[in-house]
Design a binder for this molecule. Structure first.
Ligand code: CDV
Length: 305
């Protein structure tokens, strides 16, 4: 029996700081309903879908910082999204800022979850590659203080089974690292869901600004092809609080080909009928790990220092 899944990537336009969670969640529900009308079984939203990309600001007030974080999922504001998904029989994935208490301490993560059609969170991933800087840097036109707001996740990429296929989650900067896709594929993942917020201006190397679009597709297409994965890359896009964010939401086949791509920087749904068995075209041939990979020749890859 073929394993075909209609997957929707729900690109989101900008979230301004003054937008309430309620308003943002309503937009997410509207995207979900549109995707459902088109036959989607899974809807994928971006990184930090519920808020603006707040690491662009240096905020000292802890209650103000807390206002960007979720302490429960679903909480009062996000419950309507879960309820509507259950009514529609839709599975979905989205990113959010998570504040959690563990081992007597409070931790802040940049998190993504995968939710089944009964509203159960079946996979939770906390961003491993935290980019940016940890202290205010006055020379920047806007900050990228992810290292100030978030601790890196402590669990490696893992997978969850849905629709008879193996799913894995990654978040934004993770997509630029080849290790992300290889680790997922070695763990049996067949579909990688990756939300992102990528400013068009990269302050440490502005001469690369014109390459943002190219690098976005380059890394995800390479990751898909070199590991035989479907990759669903979903942007929060457009002009958010004066900061232009890249769009280019796309669904990439295991051959590295783009199967569907957004054509705006607003709220937009794109879909593809993803035949998960196409993973085999790559994994049983050119990148058959068992037959051709030479891990004993790559000892530095897993060295930690
Ligand atoms: N949200 C991100 O992780 N953004 C980073 C940028 C800003 C370096 C990215 O890799 O797109």
């Amino acid at each position: 029996m073929s394993r075909e899944i209609v997957i929707a990537a729900a690109q989101m336009g900008p979230n301004q700081r003054a937008d309430s969670r309620r308003k943002i969640v309503q937009r997410m529900i509207a995207l979900m309903e549109k995707a459902a009308r088109c036959g989607a079984q899974l809807v994928v939203y971006p990184e930090l879908a519920l808020t603006t990309f707040f690491p662009r600001w240096y905020i000292k007030d802890t209650s103000e910082i807390d206002s960007f974080f979720e302490t429960e999922m679903p909480g009062a504001d996000t419950a309507p999204l879960f309820t509507r998904a259950r009514e529609l029989g839709i599975t979905f994935s989205f990113g959010f800022a998570e504040k959690t208490e563990q081992a007597g301490g409070v931790h802040h993560f940049n998190t993504s979850v995968l939710v089944d059609k009964n509203s159960n969170i079946i996979l939770r991933y906390r961003k491993i590659h935290i980019p940016g800087h940890s202290q205010y840097e006055s020379w920047r036109p806007f900050q990228h203080l992810e290292k100030f707001y978030f601790k890196p996740g402590t669990e490696p990429f893992s997978t969850a089974r849905l629709f008879d296929a193996e799913f894995s989650l990654a978040i934004c900067n993770d997509r630029r690292w080849p290790e992300t896709y290889r680790e997922m594929a070695l763990r049996g993942a067949e579909i990688a869901l990756i939300g992102y917020n990528t400013p068009m201006h990269y302050a440490p190397m502005p001469s690369h600004d014109h390459l943002q679009s190219f690098h976005n597709h380059l890394c995800m297409q390479a990751g898909a092809y070199q590991n035989g994965l479907w990759v669903i890359g979903v942007a929060k896009a457009g002009l958010e609080e004066g900061c232009q964010l890249l769009g280019q939401t796309c669904i990439i086949a295991p051959t590295g080909e783009i199967a569907a791509q957004a054509s705006s920087t607003d709220d937009e749904v794109i879909l593809a009928l993803c035949d998960i068995d196409r993973v085999k075209e790559i994994r049983e041939n050119v990148f058959n790990f068992k037959h051709h990979r030479r891990p004993e020749m790559y000892p530095l890859l897993s060295r930690t220092s």
